[in-house]
Design a protein around this ligand. Structure first.
Ligand SMILES: [Fe+2]
Length: 261
């Protein structure tokens, strides 16, 4: 059962770069719009790139993806990642997954460092070993490893995750059998709805293995990522949360996130 109403003691729209829309296929003169943070963002393709219409916001277009800086201009000094693997012949073209869930954008960041949940909510066989976790201004970086079954075989993926503010995440996952590069974006659509996009490229290994991973990984990732949603949609935000040892870094992320409010 979902809790009714807004559940957080801070704005649903923290300052961040948020993904707005893909711009692939737009020709000069084309106009489109998309709603983020309860606001309609109108944009037009010009010969020299995208411009926003009727708004003072900063925008950034890269690789057919439009982002806007939500909040006061210069309120954050976040540089957005450019994923060169998405244009490298050693990698397959990225596939794209879209999710909508009723939660706050900060929950996704807290989730990345919630070590206790990987084996309980996702398909990992044990709590991750944390190699690195450090803050870097508007960014934070996590590196960890945890065993899991992948296509029936136990693997030991190493996950390197970089958050660029609350809205944009780059990660690399390396296992014994496959390597993937991920761009994940979290965008509040309105006070209750978060839209999450993932673009995922798989490193090529040969036609047969490529076909297998290209077929199975979207299903595996879609199902497993969605396992967080029933929790996100029902949990209550407690400012002084009783955290267990494996969750204690969540307090660090909450302090880090204050710079965006
Ligand atoms: Fe999760």
């Amino acid at each position: 059962m979902n809790n009714a109403g807004y559940r957080y003691p801070f704005t649903p729209y923290p300052n961040a770069w948020y993904f707005v829309a893909e711009t692939h296929g737009m020709k000069p003169g084309d106009e489109r719009n998309a709603t983020i943070c309860g606001t309609v963002i109108k944009f037009r393709m010009r010969r020299d790139g995208i411009v926003l219409l009727g708004t003072e916001m900063q925008c950034h277009e890269d690789d057919g993806k439009l982002f806007v800086l939500w909040g006061k201009p210069q309120s954050t000094s976040i540089e957005l990642p450019h994923i060169s693997e998405f244009h490298d012949n050693a990698w397959m073209q990225p596939f794209h997954l879209v999710f909508r869930t009723r939660t706050h954008v900060q929950e996704v960041a807290e989730n990345a460092i919630d070590l206790a949940h990987f084996s309980r909510v996702h398909d990992y066989l044990a709590d991750p070993t944390l190699f690195d976790f450090h803050l870097d201004g508007p960014r934070f970086f996590v590196s960890m490893q945890a065993p899991r079954k992948l296509l029936g075989v136990t693997r030991h993926p190493i996950m390197d995750i970089t958050y660029y503010g609350l809205g944009v995440v780059e990660s690399t996952v390396v296992t014994e059998s496959v390597t993937v590069k991920v761009l994940l974006t979290s965008t509040p659509i309105n006070e209750e709805t978060l839209e999450i996009h993932q673009w995922i490229a798989i490193k090529r290994q040969g036609p047969l293995r490529d076909m297998v991973y290209r077929f199975f990984l979207p299903h595996i990732i879609y199902r497993e990522f969605s396992n967080d949603f029933p929790i996100w949609e029902n949990k209550i935000y407690r400012h002084k949360a009783p955290l267990c040892t494996e969750e204690k870094n969540i307090a660090t992320i909450r302090r880090w996130a204050r710079q965006f409010y």
